[in-house]
Design a protein around this ligand. Structure first.
Ligand code: UTP
Length: 405
């Protein structure tokens, strides 16, 4: 993008302040700023009236823990055969900033060991290795990073010899970044020649995979299913053959591991039907009546809490990639360079980060199998340093499941 194109683009979008210090910048800094502006996906930065709209909500049919147990061997065999045939790939979402944990390093490098080091990445690799050993097959592990943590993540895996996972089965790819804006919708700068950017949310994982050429590479390997999961749940089963087998057997285009909600107002997204399509509704979007609604068995009707472990059939992802996912604007504290040139680290929220979310992809998949798992065995998320969903609670759950720390 040359200088006049750059100016015209920013003028068209009402963002001329991005060039406030243009005259002071050297040629390298100018080129870098132009590159950043050139990468902005403007069409994905404007909220649409549709983004917050919710349709008619109804419960969705899923498999309970008891139903899964009754057909476990059958599902396992289907899933194991799919893994052996090279049809499954694992996608680790590690592009987030993990701000709640309060560490600048990539979340997966966090050491949760007590008597010896045990890194989050290491524990996840171990969980996956259980499946590759049980199936006697390899599974490609695709790791999504962001511009902010890509080098550190790669170096960490390198330094630790990929925790024993075959190097040739690990593929890194970067997600895109989105500019941060102030409360008036103006793009913020973090330096005179640098826009304040943040990862554009986990909803972009598939388009980033395509951009990196990996979707094509996986198709060539025969991959038909992607198991996408969060970096922070250290107890989760990855490419779980039983989950894979049950989803294949159901004929549905996606699957979601869910836990039974602990109480009506637990702060988890709930898998349900929205206008007849599978959808994840945030806890605060459920009406009081729906949140408390119980069936004849006394159980909550809207009880499928999602844990960010999904299966997607590859052929449906191609169609989803063309859709516009709803944009979520999150109010955050964003460090920025003030017009007088001073760097400000705000104490209160001063702007927005923009994200698309993987949970919105479920709707476009058209069909989804809720697959219930036992919370104490498969859900130990590390979001915070202490308290709920923290390093402490995850450690206790790991120990309960026989992991030595
Ligand atoms: P979270 O919603 O917990 O966000 O991400 P986060 O950035 O990790 O943590 P906080 O909110 O700043 O404390 C859920 C999963 O999605 C990934 C995260 O790495 C995590 O595995 N993610 C999130 C991405 O890969 N990219 C993103 O842009 C955002």
């Amino acid at each position: 993008m040359n200088e006049s194109e750059l100016k015209e683009t920013l003028r068209r979008h009402g963002q001329e302040q991005v060039l406030r210090w243009w005259e002071e910048l050297g040629s390298d800094a100018r080129a870098e700023l132009a590159r950043q502006v050139g990468q902005i996906e403007w069409d994905k930065l404007s909220l649409s009236a549709e983004d917050g709209r919710r349709g008619a909500i109804a419960p969705i049919e899923g498999l309970s823990v008891a139903e899964i147990a009754a057909r476990k061997e059958e599902y396992f065999a289907i899933g194991r055969d799919a893994v052996r045939a090279g049809k499954a790939a694992a996608v680790l979402l590690a592009g987030g900033q993990g701000t709640r944990l309060g560490s600048d390093a990539p979340k997966g490098t966090y050491d949760i060991g007590l008597t010896r080091p045990l890194y989050i990445f290491e524990q996840l690799v171990r969980n996956l290795q259980e499946v590759t050993s049980a199936c006697g097959a390899s599974i490609p592990l695709l790791i999504m990073t962001s511009e902010k943590n890509d080098c550190e993540t790669r170096e960490f895996f390198e330094k630790h010899d990929c925790f024993g996972y075959p190097r040739e089965d690990i593929f890194f790819f970067r997600q895109a970044m989105a500019p941060c804006m102030d409360l008036e919708g103006k793009i913020l700068l973090e330096d005179k020649g640098r826009i304040a950017l943040s990862p554009n949310g986990n909803g972009g994982w598939y388009s980033s995979l395509v951009k990196a050429g990996l979707a094509e590479a996986m198709a060539a390997r025969g991959v038909e299913w992607y198991n996408v999961f969060a970096v922070d749940n250290v107890l989760q089963r990855i490419c779980d053959p039983v989950f894979l087998g049950a989803t294949i057997a159901s004929g549905r285009a996606s699957g979601a591991k869910v836990v039974h909600k602990a109480e009506p107002h637990e702060r988890v997204g709930v898998l349900c039907l929205e206008d007849g399509l599978p959808s994840v509704v945030e806890y605060y979007e459920l009406s009081e009546e729906m949140a408390n609604l119980r069936g004849a068995d006394g159980n909550l009707v809207y009880s499928f809490g999602v844990i960010l472990n999904y299966l997607f059939r590859a052929d449906t992802l191609k169609a989803i990639a063309d859709k516009r996912l709803p944009l979520h604007a999150a109010k955050k504290k964003i460090p920025y360079l003030a017009p007088d040139g001073t760097f400000v680290k705000p104490e209160t929220e001063n702007g927005y980060k923009f994200e698309t979310l993987i949970l919105d992809m479920i709707r476009y998949a058209g069909t989804c199998l809720p697959f219930e798992v036992v919370r104490e065995r498969e859900f130990a998320p590390i979001k915070n340093k202490t308290g709920t969903d923290s390093v402490d609670t995850a450690r206790a759950l790991l120990q309960k499941n026989g992991v030595e720390l």
